[in-house]
Ligand binder design. Structure first.
Ligand code: SAH
Length: 218
């Protein structure tokens, strides 16, 4: 079985990554601390050990990627997570983003549609640390109606449109952070549900995500 070790070198590289994220405009200290606490190299194949703290996306198998740290920080900052909030994530992938949310004290429900990636997280010993992180195999377009409503919803794949079912699973006052568009780049949107059930939308920077696909795979 793979040995996990968080060396001084890894910790040093992580500090540099935090400095890079600050330079790029991330200001939420709790988000920066959560990223600083998380050994990102644990979420990647050992082949990436020395480059795991570069601000880049990397392959995680099944044609998918672990998001770039800047993207993870950006989405986490927009979510304005408070401890004990219920958060739904679509697109578990490596579970890195989900673990950042768990570090922020949220109760995280994360869905993955690729069976192999879902199964890999079941045997990922590090995640046993988080009792506030639950994994689901399914189609994120459906959300988790029996576990909702949620304070926050985050989509970590390029959504072709804003899924109605996910909006319905937001609490009044809840927020969704979602990259929308089918082209090469997606606009990051933050949608807030008001007490009367209406929605307001804010648009932020452009990012590039792998596509959000319908149905399960595997
Ligand atoms: N949050 C991840 C990023 C993974 S990339 C991380 O931190 O590593 C996006 C992931 O979304 C992929 O694993 C892909 O399989 C998954 N995905 C795409 N469409 C989905 C859907 N409809 N439901 C659930 N997961 C989906």
């Amino acid at each position: 079985m793979r040995q996990y070790e968080d060396t001084y070198r890894h910790k040093g590289l992580r500090k540099q990554l935090i400095a890079t994220l600050r330079q790029k405009g991330i200001t939420d200290e709790r988000v920066l601390e959560a990223i600083n606490n998380l050994p990102r190299h644990y979420f990647l194949d050992t082949a990436f050990d020395q480059i795991a703290y570069e601000d880049r996306a990397f392959p995680i198998g099944e044609g998918q990627t672990i998001s770039q740290p800047y993207t993870v920080a950006y989405q986490s900052q927009l979510l304005e997570i408070k401890p004990f909030e219920k958060v739904l994530e679509i697109g578990t992938g490596s579970a890195y983003q989900a673990s950042v949310l768990a570090e922020l004290g949220a109760h995280v429900y994360t869905i993955e549609r690729q069976k192999k990636l879902f199964d890999a997280n079941k045997t990922f010993v590090f995640k046993a640390k988080y009792h506030n992180l639950k994994f689901f195999y399914g189609d994120g377009f459906e959300g988790l109606p029996t576990y909702g409503p949620f304070d926050k919803v985050i989509i970590t794949a390029a959504a072709p449109f804003i899924p109605e079912k996910l909006l319905a699973q937001l609490k009044p006052g809840g927020k969704m952070v979602i990259p929308v568009d089918e082209g090469d780049a997606q606009r990051m949107l933050r949608i807030t549900k008001s007490a009367d059930g209406t929605f307001t939308e804010e648009a932020f920077e452009q990012f590039s995500f792998v596509p959000m696909l319908t149905g399960k795979n595997g």
